[in-house]
Design a protein around this ligand. Structure first.
Ligand SMILES: C[S@@+](CC[C@H](N)C(=O)[O-])C[C@H]1O[C@@H](n2cnc3c(N)ncnc32)[C@H](O)[C@@H]1O
Length: 273
């Protein structure tokens, strides 16, 4: 029987080749997930609450309710990352700002799926889609670690300041890999840190504010590679130094990666067989 003090997963990822990315106990993982849900449930109703995940340099004037509820740290959706007719998956879609932008770019022949673990965010995004008559978006309640999305069905997965919040990042990255088509891409804006907080010392509220779940850029890239991604590149950076987090060790980054076209290209020790 597993007790709260035992590791969530055995040391499958320990050793020289693997980065261990999960928090250490069932209890701490549960507290983190609760803090994340509570934080973003309040934000869905417009409460700014705790210091959020945004970087000052990414703030733009809010021209819609979805924009005003943005909690991201970059701009993963643009004309260069999302093409007409594509199937886009927005991971941790929040109130839907990036999903709505992607919906315009993919047009009526494309489709956008937003997945978020906080029911209040999903309800808000669905309301806004109905209000604005946006028909090519579909918001689904679920966790990135267990995506409610068919395998091999997505052209591009985007995410804005969410993956740092996952208690087990490798499992999340493997799920994203599963749902992408061969040749599919991931385009992520996220927070990394030069000084990760030891897993045993994380505080759930600080984790939920995108501070203590952040890992180093090197570990981020290695985990994506372990999940099977190739062509992992840092494609941009955001200045987070003036953000309300006031933490000079945090950096906003944009990372892109690709799911290879063939098994030979993608084979890696921990990728799903
Ligand atoms: C910092 S907000 C970013 C929201 C949105 N991407 C944006 O730019 O406004 C993080 C979002 O990720 C969601 N989230 C956190 N952990 C998640 C998980 N494991 N699976 C799915 N969504 C998650 C939260 O509910 C929240 O809506």
């Amino acid at each position: 029987m597993r007790t709260n003090n035992h590791p969530v997963r055995p040391s499958r990822y320990d050793g020289k080749k693997f980065v261990r990315a999960s928090v250490t106990t069932v209890e701490s993982e549960t507290r983190i997930r609760e803090a994340v849900r509570n934080t973003y449930a309040s934000r869905a109703s417009g409460s700014s609450g705790e210091c959020g995940c945004s970087c000052d340099s990414t703030k733009v004037e809010a021209i819609s309710e979805a924009e005003s509820l943005r909690a991201g740290c970059g701009h993963p959706v643009s004309i260069t990352t999302v093409k007409h007719g594509e199937i886009v998956l927005d991971l941790g879609s929040g109130a839907g700002a990036d999903a709505f932008q992607a919906a315009k770019l993919v047009g009526p022949s494309g489709r956008v799926i937003g997945v978020d673990a906080t029911p209040e965010m999903i309800w808000k995004a669905r309301d806004l889609a109905t209000k604005d008559n946006i028909g090519n978006v579909d918001f689904r309640l679920g966790e990135i670690e267990h995506l409610p999305v068919e395998s091999g069905s997505v052209d591009v997965a985007v995410s804005n300041c969410v993956l740092n919040l996952l208690p087990d990042k490798l499992v999340g990255f493997q799920e994203i890999f599963r749902v992408l088509k061969r040749g599919g891409r991931i385009q992520v804006s996220d927070i990394v840190t030069s000084n990760p907080v030891p897993k045993s010392q994380v505080r759930p509220e600080a984790w939920a504010s995108c501070i203590e779940g952040a890992i180093s850029e090197t570990d981020y890239s290695q985990l994506l590679t372990q999940a099977g991604f190739r062509d992992v590149h840092l494609v941009g950076e955001e200045d987070c130094s003036g953000s309300c987090n006031q933490n000079s060790e945090l950096r906003g980054v944009q990372i892109s990666a690709v799911k290879p076209h063939s098994d030979v290209q993608s084979r890696s020790p921990s990728s799903p067989s």
